[in-house]
Design a protein around this ligand. Structure first.
Ligand SMILES: [Zn+2]
Length: 171
C-alpha cells in the first residue's frame, strides 16, 4: 500500500499510539496501522480505530472518575427501568443510554453526577418519574373551580344575593 500523501510505501506497525482527547493525551498500545516512514501519515482500519477510541474513552472515564458502562447498566437495572425510561429519568435523548452502556459514548459530568444521586438514593427516581406516569395513565377529566360571581366595578350597582336597604339594616 502506498502513502496517499507522498506515494511512499507504507509500513505495517503494531505499537503505541498517542491521541489527544478532551484536552488530555492518551497513549494506547497494540494498535495496528500502516505508517508512512517518509511523512508520518498513516492508515488505520475502522476496527482498530474503534479499539483505540474505546481504550481512550475508558482511560478518560477512569481519570475523570466517571461511571463505567457496566456500572451505568447495573444502576439502570437496579432501578428496574428500561433504556427509554432511564433516558427519560435523566432528561437525555435516545439512544444515549445504549451508547453509554456499550461504551461508544462517554457521559457528561452532569449526567454522571445525576446518576450517582440515583445510585445513592434510588427512591428519588420514583419521585422524578411518577408525575409523568400519572399524566400518562390518568383518565380523570380535569375540573376547574367554578368562576366566582364578580363584584361590580366602578359606579355599577352591587349585584348579588345581598339586599341593600338604604338607611336601614340588611333584611
Ligand atoms: Zn507519506
Amino acid at each position: 500500500m502506498l502513502c496517499m500523501e507522498c506515494g511512499h510505501e507504507l509500513e505495517r506497525v503494531c505499537g503505541p499510539m498517542t491521541e489527544t482527547y478532551r484536552g488530555r493525551e492518551y497513549t494506547v498500545d497494540g494498535i495496528v496501522r500502516d505508517v508512512c516512514p517518509a511523512c508520518g501519515e498513516y492508515e488505520i482500519s475502522a476496527e482498530e480505530s474503534d479499539k483505540l477510541d474505546r481504550a481512550i474513552d475508558e482511560a478518560y472515564r477512569r481519570d475523570e472518575g466517571l461511571l463505567a458502562p457496566s456500572e451505568i447498566k447495573a444502576l439502570r437495572k437496579s432501578l428496574n427501568l428500561n433504556q427509554k425510561e432511564f433516558e427519560s429519568l435523566l432528561g437525555v435523548s435516545s439512544p444515549t443510554c445504549s451508547r453509554w452502556e456499550t461504551g461508544s459514548m462517554v457521559q457528561s459530568h452532569t449526567a454522571d453526577k445525576l446518576m450517582r444521586v440515583f445510585l445513592d438514593h434510588p427512591e428519588y427516581a420514583v419521585e422524578v418519574l411518577e408525575p409523568s406516569r400519572m399524566v400518562a395513565t390518568s383518565s380523570k377529566p380535569i375540573t376547574l373551580p367554578k368562576r366566582q360571581e364578580q363584584w361590580g366595578s366602578g359606579n355599577a350597582p352591587i349585584r348579588g344575593k345581598f339586599n341593600v336597604v338604604p338607611g336601614g339594616k340588611a333584611a
